[in-house]
Design a protein around this ligand. Sequence first.
Ligand code: FAD
Length: 636
Amino acid sequence: MLEARIPSGPIEQKWDNCRYGMKLMNPANRRKHSIIIVGAGLAGAAAAATLGRQGYHVHCFSYHDTPRRAHSIAAQGGINSAKNYRNDGDSVLRLFKDTVKGGDYRAREANVYRLAEVSTNIIDQCVAQGVPFAREYGGLLDNRSFGGVQVERTFYARGQTGQQLLLGAYQALEEQIAGGTVTMHFRSELLDVVLVNGRARGIVTRDLVTGQLDCHAADVVVLATGGYSNVFYLSTNAKASNCTAIWRAHRRGALFGNPCFTQIHPTCIPLSSDFQSKLTLMSESLRNDGRVWVPKKKHDTRAPADIPENERDYYLENRYPSFGNLVPRDVASRNAKEVCDEERGVGPHGQGVYLDFADAIHRLGLQTVREKYGNLFEIYERITGDDAYTVPMRIYPAPHYTMGGLWVDYHLMSTIPGLFVGGEANFSDHGANRLGASALMQGLSDGYFVLPATVPDYVAANKLDPVSTSDSAFTAAKAEVKNRIDKLLGINGKRSPDSLHRELGKIVWDDCGMARSDAGLRKALARIPELRDEFWHNLRIVGTGEELNQSLEKANRISDFLELAELMCIDALQRTESCGGHFRVESQTPDGEAKRDDENFAYTAAWEWKGLGQSPAIHKEPLTFEYVPLSQRSYK
Ligand SMILES: Cc1cc2nc3c(=O)[nH]c(=O)nc-3n(C[C@H](O)[C@H](O)[C@H](O)COP(=O)(O)OP(=O)(O)OC[C@H]3O[C@@H](n4cnc5c(N)ncnc54)[C@H](O)[C@@H]3O)c2cc1C
């Protein structure tokens, strides 16, 4: 069932070989084909603009009121590329190796190599669009470092890289909208994917302002709908980010890859109240200059300035001298949890560690630190009231990114023919742990370069009969969507969507978060169906379905999170090894590091939906490591 379609030949020739073997379509014929792209974040906007530029009729959907509100705009720290502008030993091979190793050998080598290869084109593309990357005094593009690497290959625009990249993609998209090749459908939420004769041929959407349900048909459907970290309720993601598009596609037959692989980011502002609904990231770029520490003593309530050097534990620098504060995220997060579990955490709830810039300010000067990180310090001050130029920041890990997503082959096509998936929504390139600054790289690689090659190849290579939205598959899917909405509105119970979501998030955080155990996962698996049952019997939605109704929107999305959370725990339970962000307490080395089990788990788990309450079926894509031989990760 899992045919990854990895091209033959040496790894550095695979993508070229693949493209050379693709079918092309002449420009006059492209106008005869239509493509639905759901999502206008970096991956979706880039794909829509590029496919529109090629001449296809693109219909791009977003539940936002403009592409500029996509969650991508929040990305702060930067985007990797193997340009080697620093001449510090970087290369495509090095980025490839770092990414395979950083993902703890749970990604597909061929995809990762392509990502590294294409990374250099992305920077050229974005510079040509006018993206204002930071420059050095002499005018060259500046670089900094991110976790898990020893070179400086991260391009950035202060702490607003995502925003600037999205503006670039948005301008390209606007050009196509003005030219008539792309039609935007705003405030329009996908609620189902429609299959005709086994192929994805359209979608059902709900207009978020009027509540109207519509069907849309096309030759191909592309999902670029982002990640699902909000399953944890509290995460660094935009509040609206959700799993509905990929989950509904999963229910229609698309296999779900590695659902339990989630990333807990080490540098977020700690939770300060039980009523908080959002967590805020402090970019990993801060670990270039900030030093992470906790007091050596337990329950040390002295102000940080009163704790002398010899009573501080710079635990990352001490335990991982080669990488220091720039160890990968999974390692940094786990260590933060460990020192807090040892009751050496700082701040009101003891759930925090310091990120201290005193040395950097001394070494570089206040002005340089301000220039590099000014807007991040400002965000921190607005939220906490603390001036991080004079007192260390307090940080703690938080859910941030999902490496899991719909399983895709090398062409980024899911197991449903004609359904492609790009950006964070697919499971692809990051294995069990994503390295910093690699998500923007992947989203833009998928959007500007991969999908614009593979989608046209699919259209050219397959005979796609015309379909109409009056086809029975569309009417049936629309009726199902309507029934589900009516059912939600009819429950009329007592609990708000948020209260149920908060409870779900706590279960997943406690038992399928930074550390997982057999007992904890079984507990979660017993509790989640009970909570789902309560949701369907005791939910209260105010308002109607024929108006702007955010309570209904949330409930709809939470109904999917409640199913996805169960699959995450099932996936985590079967993977009894520790790898990357997946830390099984039963599988650790004597010094407490994650212990992989390559003999039994060097595979991608791709899950097949079998119906609600039925056990999903696992399919395994074996992973082979020909170019970056399997070895135990060490950052010491
Ligand atoms: C705070 C923060 C900072 C980050 N910083 C970095 C960084 O510095 N470097 C880096 O590499 N990565 C970073 N990341 C990760 C990166 O930002 C994301 O992985 C990436 O932007 C995702 O892009 P995307 O296009 O896949 O999805 P998104 O940007 O999430 O876009 C999703 C799109 O899909 C639409 N959509 C979703 N569901 C539906 C639906 N059902 N119907 C209709 N439309 C739908 C939305 O409207 C939106 O347009 C950061 C993440 C966070 C949370």
